[in-house]
Design a protein around this ligand. Structure first.
Ligand code: ATP
Ligand code: MG
Length: 231
């Protein structure tokens, strides 16, 4: 279970882990309409026949892949329970419609991620789901590391990257004072990419950082002031 603010590198971490371990990665973006059949699989009618199509979870179990359920809290609780037998000592996925009991190979891994902090009460994970995972807390990287990431991913020089990281840090202080969350590394990379393509830094920061973060006039002004102070 990877917990942390948006755009701090959770998905990137899973992608890197899959690459490093040489395992296939199956990512599912969870949403409220996601059904058990979407995860496990369903029969489809093809001409006069019915054919079974594995869902991403079943396919990942068969392949011994890493299955990554992104934003798990968005899925309905009755959907999430399908992972219960897979994530306890049974390590198996019952595929009821096929009468199949699929035991996961040792290589199979299940990773879930979510952003704690601003979920509504309706969108909490059941304790019985949470307590099946080992958790890693994610946070924004240290400023020097984040500047390297922004320079590398955004294609800007070190000095510009450092300014963007400084701005990011200032927006994070507005958390709770107008913002649910400050600018993640992702937004800093977006601003850097605009700058690298020739946009003036202040304009790039307004377009890529300030406007996506806030609608409320006072908060927008506060962000614009921060940008003016840094660039
Ligand atoms: N630690 C990192 N190393 C390299 N790139 C990073 C890192 N953190 C963030 N990034 C950059 O920011 C982008 C967003 O990161 P990522 O998608 O991993 O965030 P996330 O934590 O999964 O966010 P969300 O909760 O919104 O899904 C990446 O595409 C990458 O460009
Ligand atoms: Mg992600």
């Amino acid at each position: 279970m990877l917990k942390g603010p948006t755009g701090c590198g959770k998905t990137r971490f899973v992608e890197y882990m899959a690459w490093k371990l040489g395992r296939p990665l199956v990512t599912v973006a969870c949403h409220d309409d996601l059904t058990t059949a979407d995860l496990v699989g369903r029969y489809l009618i093809v001409g006069d026949d019915t054919v079974w199509l594995d869902g991403p979870l079943t396919a990942a179990v068969r392949a011994g892949a890493i299955c990554y359920l992104d934003e798990i809290v968005e899925a309905r609780k009755d959907t999430t329970v399908v992972i219960h037998p897979l994530t306890d000592s049974r390590r198996a996925l019952p595929v009821e419609k096929r009468g199949e009991y699929l035991v996961a190979p040792p290589d199979f891994m299940l990773v879930i991620s979510y952003n704690p902090g601003y979920q509504s009460v309706l969108k909490e994970m059941k304790p019985s789901t949470r307590q099946r995972f080992v958790a890693i807390d994610f946070d924004y990287p240290a400023p020097e590391v984040e500047a390297q990431i922004v320079a590398h991913e955004g294609g800007v020089d070190a000095a510009t990257a450092q300014k963007l990281v400084k701005l990011g840090g200032l927006t994070r202080k507005l958390k709770g004072a107008g913002l649910d969350e400050g600018a993640g590394t992702r937004l800093l990379v977006h601003a850097a990419q605009l700058i690298a393509r020739g946009m003036a830094p202040a304009a790039a920061c307004i377009a890529a950082i300030a406007r996506p973060l806030a609608d409320e006039p006072d908060t927008r002004d506060a962000l614009d002031d921060l940008i003016a102070a840094v660039f």
